[in-house]
Ligand binder design. Sequence first.
Ligand SMILES: Cc1cc2nc3c(=O)[nH]c(=O)nc-3n(C[C@H](O)[C@H](O)[C@H](O)COP(=O)(O)OP(=O)(O)OC[C@H]3O[C@@H](n4cnc5c(N)ncnc54)[C@H](O)[C@@H]3O)c2cc1C
Length: 338
Amino acid sequence: MRHTTNVDLSDQNTLALPSVARHQFEILNDEDLFEALACCRQLGLTWQVMGGGSNVLLPSVIENGLFRIQRTAIEVIPLNTKCVEVIIGAGVNWSEFVQWSVSHGYGGVQNLASIPGTVGAAPVQNIGAYGVELQDVFVRARVFDGLEGCFKALAREDCEFGYRDSIFKRYPGRYIIFDVTLQLTTEDHLFVTSYGDIEARIATQGVSLQTIYQSVAEIRTQKLPDPQQLPNAGSFFKNPVITRDAFLTLKQQYPEIVCYPVNSHNVKLAAGWLIEQSGWKGKRKGHVGMHDKQALVLVNFGGADRNEVLAFAQAVADSVYDKFSVVLEPEPVVIPAS
Ligand SMILES: Cc1cc2nc3c(=O)[nH]c(=O)nc-3n(C[C@H](O)[C@H](O)[C@H](O)COP(=O)(O)OP(=O)(O)OC[C@H]3O[C@@H](n4cnc5c(N)ncnc54)[C@H](O)[C@@H]3O)c2cc1C
């Protein structure tokens, strides 16, 4: 276990918000965790976890113990001729894991290529892209339950996954994810190609794990601003889910409104469309703005802190509400200072 103090996190969160962790604990295994917990108790601190910092809004100072889980082992367990289980340490970089799995011929996560962050954070908001969500391949996670003070395995049904949601997101500070187990295919792969421009791209090259992986990676590079150049946290707002009845009322007034079906009762609206129609695409105030090509991506042009980001996001959400009576919820997690 490595305990460091006054760690500058400004280059460890993709929004580049200025932030200092008073106490950071790098944790490799169970023993490290118990040592870090004992140290926090001694110092009178609570704790919280951070992965790669690509979906958080950090305060200027974090007084709590900040746990960084650094397990990087990957273990493959063959189940039968068609699939394997893969146990992945929480500290593995998600994007590198997807690349690894495609290069080994394991199918299931190719549509989730190039999502920043760690494997440990992937179940937190049930990461999703191009028609696939983590829950589609998730088997279980090995977690430390801070409430019960013990390690346990949580199966898919225990995690209550939803759209950008899970028990990990709903009960922040309760669970620390150590390993994630996914079931991946070795043959008879299920290819989801109907989202975005994937279909057009694979038309010439044929469908395979590699071509889907490559297409998704290329589309993302073209469409999303690189946080290294323009700090951002990906989609800043969730796509709001509303009832079909509410949608039909809105559609009468706005025939062009964009939506995706959820189930027989609800639909998901495209938050980017709502933001664009409310006049915020490419609009900047101070150090913060909505991207000029991706209305859903809030960017820090340099020098913003969390308060400025939150005030700007509130102004965007307020004007969407005034126009459409639809509530926008931020996707990144607000990390408390203490
Ligand atoms: C350019 C860009 C594109 C993106 N595209 C997508 C996308 O297509 N789809 C999508 O779903 N998301 C997307 N995201 C959001 C982000 O990549 C994911 O949410 C990712 O899973 C966050 O990983 P992280 O390690 O950076 O987590 P962090 O940002 O560090 O943490 C996020 C949350 O997870 C918790 N957490 C982290 N590690 C653990 C752990 N081991 N145990 C328990 N809790 C933990 C933290 O406490 C926090 O609440 C994008 C972000 C960016 C910057």
